[in-house]
Design a binder for this molecule. Structure first.
Ligand SMILES: *Cc1c(COP(=O)(O)O)cnc(C)c1O
Length: 367
């Protein structure tokens, strides 16, 4: 373990503020009202308020990483007669397909390659040809490539066709403004350690209350039963069914407070955008090329092609940057050799400037 800290330029866990980490220096009792009423219920209300001004929504917190909540939603929401259309243009879309397969959920996987936006006309045709499709699931920011998927277009499609709409907004919620009610999103999933800037340990779902109410007894799993978790939180004022990640929850409450202090999601979005634009411009100036067209970029994470030089090794580049205080992320795209740089978390444009200097210092293959 290195004794100096470095900035995590990754999609989570990410660099958190000192005050978020300090919030964990307290041991909570899970059945005491200080914790349940004071912290958990307030978090649940604040999450809904961040997602929409509408009163038709509720939220559920679930132990585990983000994937646990995605699996919880798919396993709890899709009934035995239902069929799910999954849009897959990256590792996280593919993970939902895998979950559906393992849980025996009837599904249609719409693969569109990793560097392409889903074609909404083709999606519309899939819906027209298969009247059994009742639900649509998509990833908002596909962290594999950094692509910002066309949420508004797919939301319109789901609404026009009367489909229940599930969005994995893991790496975007809190960093990109959206209104779940205006978009007709029925279930939105995110986790503690992404754009809200908390530490890992739980995920959460913002759900349209009348849709969640239909899901009693459907879950394919005990611990991932989103409905049962919700009933427990509703009936026992914020109580989790099983051991709650108390320290993580305290850190998250502080992270929500810091999001408010920053000026809310709109202000955070501006900071992330400034980071990402500076990153891309600076990397281009150093000779790197982003994987995606700029029109497809999210303000969250960016994939760059690996340099073509024979002597380039990601591991060497990574170590050199780490020694200068920056941790970047390997690529995850199957067809292209890439690396990724995230710019969410407690990261500011001046950190990106320092990173760009460090990248310039680390291009050993050019010398
Ligand atoms: C981070 C992330 C997840 C969840 O990953 P975990 O490792 O389970 O936390 C899911 N979807 C997207 C788009 C993500 O960025």
């Amino acid at each position: 373990m290195s004794d100096h800290n470095y900035l995590l330029l990754t999609p989570g866990p990410l660099t958190t503020s000192k005050t978020v980490k300090q919030a964990m220096l307290f041991d909570s009792c899970t059945w005491d009202e200080d914790y349940n009423l004071g912290v958990v219920q307030s978090i649940r209300q604040k999450l809904v308020a961040l997602a929409t001004p509408s009163s038709g929504y509720t939220s559920v917190l679930l132990q585990g990483s983000g994937s646990f909540a995605v699996e919880g939603v798919l396993g709890t929401v899709i009934g035995p007669q239902d069929k799910l259309l999954i849009i897959d243009n990256g590792a996280y879309g593919a993970r939902m397909v895998e979950m559906a397969r393992l849980m025996d959920i009837d599904h249609h996987a719409f693969h569109c390659g990793e560097v392409n936006e889903p074609d909404t006309l083709a999606l519309e045709a899939v819906l027209k040809n298969d009247a059994r499709i009742s639900h649509i699931a998509m990833v908002h920011c596909e962290t594999t490539t950094g692509m910002l998927n066309p949420l508004h277009k797919v939301a319109g499609l789901a609404a026009r066709n009367g489909k229940t709409f599930i969005v994995d907004a893991m790496s975007s919620f809190g960093g990109i403004p959206l209104d779940v009610d205006a978009l007709g999103i029925d279930f939105l999933i995110s986790s503690a350690n992404k754009c809200i800037q908390g530490v890992p340990g739980f995920a959460f779902v913002i759900a349209r209350r009348c849709e969640l109410e239909k899901c009693a007894g459907r879950s394919r799993s005990l611990s991932l039963d989103l409905y049962a978790q919700w009933r427990c939180m509703e009936e026992h004022a914020g109580k989790w069914r099983f051991t709650s990640p108390t320290h993580t929850v305290l850190a998250f409450a502080q992270a929500l407070h810091e999001l408010e202090q920053e000026g809310g999601i709109a202000a955070r979005h501006r900071r992330y955008q400034a980071n990402q634009r500076r990153l891309v411009a600076g990397m281009r100036a150093l000779g790197f090329t982003p994987l995606l067209d700029e029109a497809l970029h999210s303000p969250i994470i960016t994939a760059f092609y690996s340099p073509e030089a024979q002597t380039y090794r990601f591991a060497e580049f990574y170590q050199r940057l780490k020694q200068q205080g920056f941790v970047i992320y390997p690529g995850k795209v199957s067809q292209n050799d890439c690396f990724r740089i995230g710019n969410i978390g407690e990261i500011y444009p001046q950190d990106i400037e320092r990173l760009l200097d460090a990248v310039g210092q680390s291009m050993y293959w050019n010398r």
